[in-house]
Design a protein around this ligand. Sequence first.
Ligand code: HEC
Ligand code: HEC
Length: 424
Amino acid sequence: MRAPYMTRLGLAAVLLAAAVAACSGGDDPPGADGTPDSGNPTPVDSGTPDAGDSGTPSTPDAGPDAGEPDAGVDAGTDAGTPDAGQPEGTVTIPNKLSELGLFTGTPATGDFQPVAGNVPYELTTPLFSDYSLKSRTLYVPAGKTAAYSASDVLDLPVGTIITKTFAFPADFREPDKNVRPLETRILVRQPGGWEAYPYVWNDALTEADKAVGGKVFKNFEFIDAEGVAKKFDYLVPQRNQCQKCHHVVDEQDNQQLLPIGVKARYLNRDHVYGGQTLNQLQHLADLGKLTGLPPAIQVPRAPDAFNVDEASLEIRARTYLDINCAHCHNPKAQPGITSRLFLDIKTTDEFSLGHCKRPGSAGSGVGGEFDIVPGDHSTSILWYRMDTEESGKMMPEIGRALRHDAGSQLIADWIDAMPPRTCK
Ligand code: HEC
Ligand code: HEC
């Protein structure tokens, strides 16, 4: 039973988020200098209904490599000031994270915090990334709003910046001590679409520098919640790898970069803001940052996949696959289109979910002949590829080096609970 382990991890995440984010209630403060756009509001266009594909930009050339926004200009202290020749609302991407103006302090001095208006949030079930603790923030520019969507990502306006910081405590039994951030990833909503950038924290923990080529933290060590020392190579993805997960193919067959987790069902949970426990979506609405939020009972909620009290095994397993796998395995993403394996929450057809399905990519040594053999996880490829740490075989194919013990157990339990079938 892995539940206590996850509970502690969850607690650690809460503690970290609380430590990182002790402030943040309230309105955009007069002192939010340095936040992009402050004092420079652009007309609000966020109420535009964008049927189906929330957050997709209207301009077609939204390739993630649509030009380094700071190429040839001073990527310095004027983040947010539209540069000559850039469309209005363009966020200048600085070389140093601090120059975005979204945080104050540093991890070195223990006072790294989001500025007011840069709102911390957590997900009901997050993506597993080698046990790292993650803290996330959402910044919607002054004078603009996000629009609610029941099933897709929130429709976020130009100028929005989402950050995600990955950190490890030296020892998960004391998760709030000696916490070392490794990287901060950002997604920025530019006039032409979303852009993704990785920033890597320096050893002194005084600054995170833009690192389009990513980075490997070789032989990174931590002690896990059971007291076992772990050593592995922690990989910060290259900028051009972000799109491997953050991409969908739209109706016009264009590749679009999109956020993944900022969906109502994953945001529908509490967070402590300035000492007050509030529902995250309600808090955004109260701040004037979210429009169209329906009454609480109408807002969908994905459960915590590891809390047996929150939902059935079936729903928890499907939620885990949705947040960990579905960004690639869905009908609009390239790996889904190629493999025809769809692990998103909307898929109901058993064959598309892998039942008695022979893999398209007939690699050998992946634990069996069928993606899922109902009733028997041990011969199911889907479970095997989650359980292995062998590169080339493991799933997700990027984003982890270590096995998620609790995740692979959850999927094993789910498969074993299915009415047994003999696959042919
Ligand atoms: C292995 C797949 C994968 C890769 C590679 C990846 N991401 Fe993500 N990312 C996710 C998933 C899944 C979420 C939502 C779940 C979560 O936050 O735990 C997410 C969330 C985020 C968020 C929070 C906003 C959101 O989308 O919900 C940011 C910011 C982000 N990623 C930036 C990046 C950047 C920048 C890169 C490249 C350096 C990158 N990601 C690479 C899968 C990935
Ligand atoms: C970054 C994109 C990405 C993510 C995330 C991802 N996969 Fe995959 N997956 C692929 C690609 C590409 C293939 C096809 C090539 C191969 O088989 O290695 C594939 C193939 C598979 C297959 C063989 C499917 C078939 O019928 O051909 C299984 C099973 C699988 N993935 C399971 C998973 C599970 C379970 C997760 C989440 C824990 C996951 N994948 C997450 C990219 C991804």
